[in-house]
Design a protein around this ligand. Structure first.
Ligand code: P6P
Length: 331
């Protein structure tokens, strides 16, 4: 075996999230570091949740908690744990004045009235998959507050509309834990190295393939879908597309983002506005989709153009490769 060079013996670790954030911040001369610190706070909570999820089968935090969230959905124990962990990380980080969570009806005031940002989040989406070891995820959306600093946040801080997001992203707890986010200039992915306790840049400038052959939809609801969705599903079958639906939005979204594909959660007769939440599921993933060259529609227009009216409102979502979203919307 030929001797290795020094460089081969000591391969670089890669760009840590901290270094990436600092480098990105320096390219924004007016950036004062608060958003950078906020992103670190989210990453910290993601590391903690990753640890909790990985041991869920070993300690008593898997399964249902026997309680319902404000949506009337059965809460998994890890839903509650994730909600607490993210609220605590954002509260202690000091940059966020208020949080809107899927798990809570009203705004959560952090006590940091000096904070310039608010965060809308689904702390753990797809949590019913925890018990069967399927990927799940955190989804987050960040806005600069519009209410005066040092005063209390209010409803209008959260109902600014999707195009006012200053950053958005998700953490995917899968075969590896990944943080994927954008602050408006491109989308980057970081893989968590448990041995170092660091997120390392692994997917630089993610670009969504304009085409794809994967469609993600729950065909069990087919009969209740609008005809344009039924027509599109038939189109996919007639053209040999692959059906991939794991019942976990972040997992399906992430695979389609990298490989090309479309995720559909249509309106149904039972749920005329669909199931997904606009503020902390549809908006942030639409932000990531558009910043990586893809598209997100509610069937009538871009999701990011929807004017929000309430915290937990729902929206249909067709998101992924641009030409596929165009295809389904005009089907
Ligand atoms: P259905 C999980 O509850 C979730 O919000 C998404 O993660 C997932 O894609 C969808 O709902 C699954 O819903 O109705 O297909 O079971």
């Amino acid at each position: 075996m030929s001797p290795k060079t020094a460089q081969e013996l000591a391969l670089p670790v890669g760009v840590t999230l901290d270094r990436f954030i600092m480098a990105s911040q320096s390219s924004y001369p007016y950036a004062t570091g608060e958003l950078s610190q906020l992103l670190r706070d989210i990453a910290l909570a993601g590391k903690i949740i990753s640890r909790e999820i990985n041991r869920a089968g070993l300690v008593d935090i898997a399964g249902g908690n026997g309680t319902e969230n404000v949506q009337g959905e059965n809460q998994q124990k890890l839903d509650i744990v994730a909600n607490i962990r993210f609220i605590r990380a954002l509260k202690n980080g000091g940059e966020v004045c208020a949080i809107l969570s899927e798990e809570d009806e009203d705004i959560i005031h952090t006590g940091n009235d000096h904070g310039k940002y608010v965060v809308a989040m689904d702390p753990l989406d797809g949590s019913s998959n925890i018990d069967v070891n399927v990927s799940i995820g955190t989804i987050f959306s960040i806005y600069r507050r519009v209410t005066p600093v040092n005063g209390p946040a209010s409803t209008k801080d959260f109902l600014q509309g999707g195009r006012k997001q200053v950053a958005a992203g998700y953490i995917l707890y899968g075969s590896s834990t990944m943080l994927v986010y954008s602050t408006g200039e491109g989308v980057n992915g970081f893989t968590y190295d448990h041995s170092l306790g660091e997120f390392i840049l692994s997917h630089k400038h993610i670009s969504s393939p304009s085409e794809g052959k994967i469609y993600s939809v729950n065909e069990g609801h087919y009969n209740g879908y609008p005809s344009f969705v039924q027509n599109y599903i038939t189109f996919c079958k007639d053209n040999g597309y692959s059906a991939r639906y794991i019942g976990s939005l972040v997992g399906d979204f992430h695979r389609n983002l990298l490989k090309g594909g479309i995720y559909l959660y249509p309106s149904t007769v039972k749920d005329p506005k669909g199931k997904l939440r606009l503020l902390y599921e549809c908006y942030p993933l639409a932000f990531i989709a558009e910043k990586s060259g893809g598209k997100a529609s509610d069937g009538f227009g871009p999701v990011l153009d929807i004017i929000p009216t309430s915290f937990h409102q729902r929206s249909p979502l067709y998101v992924g490769s641009g030409s596929m979203v165009d295809q389904v919307v005009k089907a």
